[in-house]
Design a protein around this ligand. Structure first.
Ligand code: SAM
Length: 351
């Protein structure tokens, strides 16, 4: 199925690289935690044919509707759920969709959300200050912009936007309230920053900060990454594409920590944390789009892909070996090491 049939206005990023990073196999079971227009999902389903299965999740009901239509040809192999990925483990248990061979997060927003569809994500299109992925949620960007104190606003814009002019912007917002639309807010920020910043639009960082705060994006990402590890079978792949440094830092630090056998602070004489590695870094460096991809799809320019593979933790290893060695099957067959290892893999995938 061509990508234009799926989502005419969102071009998926790093598709080939994602399929390779996920090591998609026929018959495999995958989760796309950020279904969006369904572009990555379609590629996963094509490469996992025959027998592949995909669980697709998105917090935005509009995205779900578009993905459902676009992925109709694969309806026998897909399960599409309108949920926040912060509930990843609960969703997988509810639908008995575990363990899995790969999990993908393609973070941020799709072009469908950014293209001025009245959701308030873009400073280039007039819309109410909303910015909720899930329209049933209470908190909106309007609430933050029009009710937070100057100090709270400055802290939020600094923390989630890494904006150098956060205090000046917050002061101006408070002076000019009520601010009800995206364009009104963008103009307020332009009056503070003026022509001092040329590379990106003056409102970029403040809009990013508001969107992150409204949707609790960083907290949800941290939580979901931890849950993802518990859902992966042995050698299952975790792939994350992020679009700004705050997200990428969380992903990088999470993968690095989970790839270590001890996370005690440096200088601790003997290990007290008891942590054992649950991931192996498949690539230490990030994967970024080629210049050709950036030329075709300028929105891909900030994409950074990281990939890690599930390994058996020491605890899991002991539990499986113990269970397996005491099983009547092993005792009666007197299996040697290669057969035992093969059985171990099977046992772990089925665990
Ligand atoms: C960059 S788009 C994904 C595009 C998709 N990979 C494709 O090929 O079309 C990100 C999607 O993730 C969704 N999203 C962001 N945060 C989410 C969360 N916490 N839970 C569920 N979906 C989320 C957004 O609604 C958006 O549709």
């Amino acid at each position: 199925m061509s990508q234009t049939m799926l989502a005419p206005t969102h071009i998926p990023v790093l598709v080939e690289e994602t399929i390779q990073a996920l090591a998609v196999l026929p018959g495999g079971r995958y989760i796309d935690c950020t279904l969006g227009g369904g572009g990555h999902a379609a590629a996963i389903l094509e490469h996992s044919f025959p027998g592949g299965q995909l669980l697709g999740i998105d917090a935005d009901p509009q995205a779900i509707k578009i993905a459902r239509e676009g992925l109709e040809a694969y309806s026998g192999s897909t399960l599409i759920i309108n949920e926040n990925f912060v509930n990843l483990e609960a969703i997988c248990y509810k639908y008995d969709f575990l363990p899995v061979h790969g999990i993908l997060f393609d973070l941020g927003l799709s072009s469908l959300q950014l293209n001025g569809n009245g959701r308030g994500f873009s400073f280039q299109h007039k819309a109410p200050l909303d910015m909720r992925l899930n329209p049933n949620q209470e908190l909106t960007a309007d609430d933050i912009v029009n009710t937070y104190s100057e100090t709270e606003l400055a802290q939020l814009i600094k923390k989630y936007g890494e904006e150098g002019y956060s205090r000046q912007i917050a002061r101006r917002i408070v002076q000019e309230r009520p601010i009800k639309t995206t364009l009104q807010l963008a103009r307020t920020i332009e009056r503070v920053i003026g022509s001092r910043r040329r590379r990106i639009h003056p409102a970029t960082r403040t809009f990013q900060a508001l969107r992150i705060a409204v949707n609790q994006e960083l907290e949800h990402l941290e939580s979901a990454l931890g849950q993802a590890v518990n859902l992966l079978g042995f050698e299952g792949r975790l792939v994350v594409i992020s679009y700004h440094s705050l997200e990428d830092r969380i992903v990088k630090q999470f993968m690095q920590r989970e790839a270590k056998d001890c996370i005690c602070s440096p200088g601790t004489p003997t290990c007290v944390c008891g942590h054992t590695a649950s991931l192996r870094l498949v690539r230490k460096r990030v994967i970024t789009p080629s210049p050709a991809e950036v030329q075709i799809n300028p929105r891909s320019r900030s994409a950074r892909l990281r990939v890690a593979e599930r390994v058996i933790t020491q605890d899991e290893h002991y539990q499986i070996v113990e269970r397996l060695c005491s099983s009547a099957e092993v005792k009666s067959n007197g299996w040697r090491r290669p057969t035992l290892l093969k059985k171990l893999r099977q046992a772990f995938i089925a665990a």
